[in-house]
Ligand binder design. Structure first.
Ligand code: SF4
Length: 54
């Protein structure tokens, strides 16, 4: 099972590497921006459509 910590878009927190931010680049017709949300490193990524292996 792939997990968030194996994903390119997972950025671990310095104080607690088990936790991190999922940072995704979002491109819509007018602009591109980054969207971040807190995730756990061991979260199941098999259902995530944005998963990218490191
Ligand atoms: S939620 Fe998806 S895109 Fe974000 S870190 Fe986890 S697997 Fe990667």
């Amino acid at each position: 099972m792939p997990t968030c910590k194996e994903c390119k878009q997972f950025f671990p927190m310095e104080e607690n590497p088990a936790q991190g931010d999922c940072v995704q680049r979002v491109v819509d017709p007018r602009q591109a921006y980054y969207k971040a949300k807190p995730v756990m490193g061991d979260m199941d990524a098999s259902s995530c459509s944005s998963f990218q292996k490191k």
